[in-house]
Structure formats: C-alpha cells, structure tokens
Write a protein that binds this ligand. Structure first.
Ligand SMILES: *Cc1c(COP(=O)(O)O)cnc(C)c1O
Length: 431
C-alpha cells in the first residue's frame, strides 16, 4: 500500500476501443482487458445503448421472489451456448461469488441426496478461484492468502497435469469414507498462477476420473470463458461437459459486475422438495442478476455473433504467436506461454538465490510458499511500469508479464502491445 501511495497513480478518465485514456488525455493500449474482463473494447455503441435502454426501464430490482426479462433471456442464452447439459443459472456479481455458489451447490447436492459426508474438494496446486473464504480454501495461493490460512477449510490438492495423482487422491478420499464433493479446475489455463497451461488431454482426463469416481466436475471459466481461448468456453477444446460452470469477468463484455453459476438439472433437482424439507440453496446477494448488467451481457452475446469474434480470436492468436516468437530466444525470458489471446511471458530471474525452479518452472504462485521474495522481485513490475511510457498498460503476476488484450484489439495494436513488451524486457533486463 505504501509503495502504491508513493507512486503516481494513473487516473483513467475514458476509454475507446482497446484504448484507455488518462486524465491528461494520454492513450494507452489496455493490454490486460481491464483485468481480464473487457471483450469488445470500451464504449462499444451497442452495449452502451443496451444499458441506456435498460436504464430507461429500471436500473435494479431483486431476483429474490421476483424476476425480470433480461435475467430470463440471458439465462436461456447462456444455457444454449454452454457446454453439455447445463440447464440452470444462478446469478451473482463476481467471480468469487460464482465459485462460492458452485462449492455450496456441490455440497448441498450431496447433502440433499443422502451423502452429507461429501464436503471435501480437490483443487489444483496454484489454482485461483477468488478472494472470499471458500475460494481461498480451494484456490489457495500462499502469496495472496497466507495470513488467512487459519480461516480456510481443509481441501485436498493435486499437481496440475498429473492424472494419476488425481486418481490416487480420489481413491484415497473414498477410502477414508469421506468421498469427494467435487474436483475444481480452471480449464486449460491456470490464470492467476501465471498463465500455466495444462497438457493436452488433461482436462478430458479429469472429467473421465470424475465420472469413474462419481464426483462432480466444477469448471471455473471466470477467466477463460467468452472467447479468450479461441472457443466460447475452454471446456469445448476437449469436449468436456462440466457439472457446474462458473462465469464472470467477460460475461457482460467486461462492462458491469455480473457472474453466473450454471449447473445440470440433476443437481438442481436435489434442491427441490416439500416446504418442510428445506432444500432451497439458501444463498443470495442483493444485486444478484442486476438488470443493467444482464442487458450488457445480452448485447455482448449479440456482438459475438455479429462480429464473428471466435474466428477473429483464432486468427489473432496466430499473429500473437508469430509476434511473440522472438521472445522465446530472449536471454531475459525463460518461457512464453499462450492459449488463444492469453499470454504469459515468464522472465528469467537468473542469479537469484531462490531461483531453483529453472526454465519453465512457472508455478511460482503455487509452490513458492517458502520464498515470497520471488513474487516481490520487481522485474515484472519494472517491465510493466516502463511500458506505460510507451503507451501500454500491462500488469505482471510476479515475474510473469501477462498479455490479455480485449478480443476486439486491432492487429496493429496487438503488434504494438507485443513490440512494447519486448522493448521493455530488453531495457529492464539489460540494466
Ligand atoms: C478473477 C478470477 C476469479 C475471481 O473473480 P472476481 O470477479 O475477481 O471475484 C475466479 N476465478 C478465476 C479463474 C479468475 O481468474
């Protein structure tokens, strides 16, 4: 907090397309989509208009005991595009609330179907599911959450990419008579861990193991959803059909806070019963399913079709790979990872006493419990700070520089984003 106060915070006053504009009129490429959420750019006429039109009707009414048209229509459209047989939508307003709700849905499902002992989740090392207590428990990151560890609940963790470890853990939990409430995964890419990519086939393998061990698969697509990976949802790459799907960030095109937790009718049915059975999922947030946000989300979904966003992402992802390629050979870079329009450039931290992970180590957030200094090393920060002088806003995760532009970014801006990143890495690592 002190360092931020002592720095000169940038004040953003406006936006336009893939650009942010500061209080002095300077323009910057929004290289992280305003924290991984902007999809079609800023001030998109169709989304602005949809929000204004909704504003002319009503800004907010509750979903507790009432409903409204944008929420109903959006739920139907989400179910139609979501992978598999997801038929129910539970709205909330942040990624963390979407995941909390998913966890409560899973535990509630087992409780109401006669298996109350099933309340332990399996998560992946280095996973991130938000900053509320349940999300911290299952997406535990020592660097972010250490002071709060005593308030988290017990979760089992396995190394991402290792199917036999997951198999063994599922068997072990069943053996202990506990069973598993669900396996929670960020499909394909573990975002906050520093854009750690899973090996091909892993996600499908996780689904297979969940089916074999009769447990739920919970996919957290808060970051990967809505086109970032080149498909609408990352699960589609491996034809995976989760039992529960968490959405947030890009849901409204990155305009307004809205999140959704989707589940199958099998799960939803467990919450139906006679009044005295008290089966309702007693969970709700005041601004759940806000109409303005739902209107923005509907307009965003229209734009996906009108602008053929998914093929555009696939085309631009190839350009991105081509333009990032030279960085692979850069002495200051130990690995470049990319999936769709998501990239992480891991900077080498050579000569540092605690750099034992080596090239491609990449799992800093997951396993560097003993060396927070690694996260605090300023090299990633310095690269991103310098980029501002060249009109680019990017943000590091430790020594990983994240590039995650709005999907609408024009080719020349994408090139500029990568060129500036490379130039800043040159300058910072040379000094
Ligand atoms: C950002 C993120 C969250 C948390 O979303 P918030 O809206 O910040 O609460 C959860 N899961 C993943 C995968 C994320 O990237």
């Amino acid at each position: 907090m002190r360092q931020w106060r002592e720095s000169d915070p940038l004040i953003i006053e406006a936006g336009e397309g893939e650009f942010l504009i500061d209080a002095e009129g300077r323009r910057y490429i929004d290289g992280v989509s305003s924290l991984w959420c902007n999809i079609h750019g800023h001030r998109v006429a169709a989304i602005d208009q949809a929000i204004r039109d909704q504003l002319d009707r009503i800004a907010h009414s509750t979903l507790l005991g009432l409903t409204h048209e944008p929420a109903v229509e959006l739920a139907a459209r989400l179910c139609a595009i979501a992978p598999g047989d997801l038929t129910q939508v539970f709205y909330s307003d942040a990624g963390a609330t979407a995941t909390e709700i998913a966890f409560k849905m899973a535990v509630g499902y087992w409780y109401h179907t006669g298996q109350p002992e099933r309340h332990t989740f399996i998560g992946l090392d280095g996973a991130y599911h938000g900053d509320t207590t349940g999300a911290m428990s299952i997406g535990y990151s020592d660097i972010f959450h250490r002071p709060f560890k005593p308030m988290t609940f017990e979760t089992e963790f396995v190394a991402p990419g290792d199917l036999s470890a997951l198999d063994a853990k599922l068997t072990e939990l069943h053996g202990r008579g506990r069973g598993c409430a669900g396996v929670v995964i960020e499909p394909l890419v573990q975002g906050a861990a520093g854009m750690i990519m899973q090996p091909a086939g892993y996600l499908a393998g996780v689904q297979q193991l969940c089916r074999e061990h009769d447990t739920l698969l919970i996919a957290d697509e808060v970051a990967t959803g809505f086109g970032r990976t080149g498909r609408m949802f990352a699960c589609e790459h491996e034809a995976v059909e989760p039992d529960v799907l968490c959405l947030g960030k890009g849901l409204t095109g990155g305009y307004l806070p809205l999140a959704a937790t989707l589940c199958t009718s099998r799960i939803a049915k467990a919450f139906e019963g006679e009044l005295h059975e008290m089966k309702t999922l007693y969970h709700g947030h005041t601004f759940t399913g806000n109409p303005l946000a739902c209107a923005a989300a509907l307009a965003s979904l229209d734009l996906f079709e009108q602008n053929d966003v998914l093929s555009e992402v696939q085309r631009k992802a190839k350009l991105m790979a081509q333009w990032l390629k030279p960085l692979n050979d850069h002495a200051g870079v130990c690995e470049v990872r990319q999936c769709g329009l998501i990239a992480g450039v891991e900077l080498a931290t050579a000569g540092a006493e605690d750099d034992a992970s080596g090239a491609g180590g990449g799992t800093e957030l997951g396993d560097f419990g003993e060396s927070p200094s690694k996260y605090l090393r300023r090299i990633g920060y310095e690269v991103c700070n310098l980029a501002r002088a060249y009109g680019v806003i990017i943000r590091p995760l430790g020594n990983v520089v994240i590039l995650m532009p709005p999907l609408s970014i024009r080719d020349e801006s994408l090139k500029q984003l990568i060129d500036v990143t490379a130039r800043c890495i040159d300058q910072v690592t040379a000094s």
